[in-house]
Ligand binder design. Structure first.
Ligand SMILES: *Cc1c(COP(=O)(O)O)cnc(C)c1O
Length: 230
């Protein structure tokens, strides 16, 4: 079941890429496994999928202990500074850095191992009061500050636009994030990557995000099914 779902998503990714004149290899699928047990991740991994997204530190820490190193994990939830130390240890990328205090804790933790941590800045592109993230205006300054931290690799931007009934309504937000990433890239704020990563799009709207330039899409429900409420 999970394998078939991933196959279907990969086909939709290929179609959306083709439609917008891009290569499907430019787009990475993060399978969002929050609130599903480690054996579901292993099931997907046995079919060849390697990249997963988690939202909760304690939950991810427990699952991580059951997973081989070949499983790669992105953190995509809201990260409290007091959990950042553990996050720096178990994740391959933190997609939701939205303040310098958090970046400093992550940097300090990776300084201990000497291994740079890839991160994205989470941008609240729709100025949604219910979402975290730096505002579009604050993002340039935050990027400048992060570039001073030697153990972080600033790799791009991530967003969660306001939830809309019609996924087409997310398109302007996706376009805005892409324009912001391009502008910051031109200013030299992503010196360690050839192209900045742009993480946007979920189960209902990832095809639109790809048309607007997403390089990472985060898909949960369409792969693992409906989540149990907390
Ligand atoms: C849960 C979550 C997703 C996946 O959402 P689905 O609608 O289940 O695909 C993507 N991104 C973030 C940040 C999430 O918290």
């Amino acid at each position: 079941m999970i394998a078939t779902n991933i196959e279907k998503i990969n086909e939709k990714i290929a179609l959306a890429a083709e439609k917008s004149g891009r290569k499907k290899e430019e787009i990475q699928l993060v399978a969002v496994s929050k609130r599903f047990p480690a054996n579901k991740i292993l099931e997907a991994h046995h079919c060849g999928h390697t990249l997963f997204g988690e939202n909760y530190i304690q939950e991810a820490q427990q699952k991580k202990a059951e997973l081989p190193d070949s499983v790669k994990l992105h953190f995509i939830g809201h990260l409290q500074s007091n959990k950042a130390k553990i996050a720096a240890e178990i994740f391959d990328m933190i997609e939701t850095v939205d303040r310098i205090k958090l970046a400093k804790v992550l940097n300090k933790q990776r300084a201990l191992t000497g291994q740079k941590l890839p991160i994205l800045i989470q941008v609240n592109i729709g100025n949604d009061p219910k979402k975290s993230g730096s505002t579009a205006e604050e993002t340039e300054r935050l990027a400048e500050q992060i570039l001073e931290l030697p153990y972080l690799k600033l790799s791009g931007l991530m967003t969660m636009p306001p939830i809309e009934a019609d996924p087409e309504l997310s398109r302007p937000h996706f376009a805005a994030l892409r324009i912001l990433a391009d502008r910051l890239h031109e200013k030299g704020l992503f010196p360690e990557v050839t192209f900045p990563e742009i993480s946007m799009g979920m189960s209902s709207d990832f095809h639109i995000a790809i048309e607007e330039g997403a390089s990472i899409v985060r898909v949960g429900t369409a792969i693992f099914g409906e989540r149990q409420p907390l």
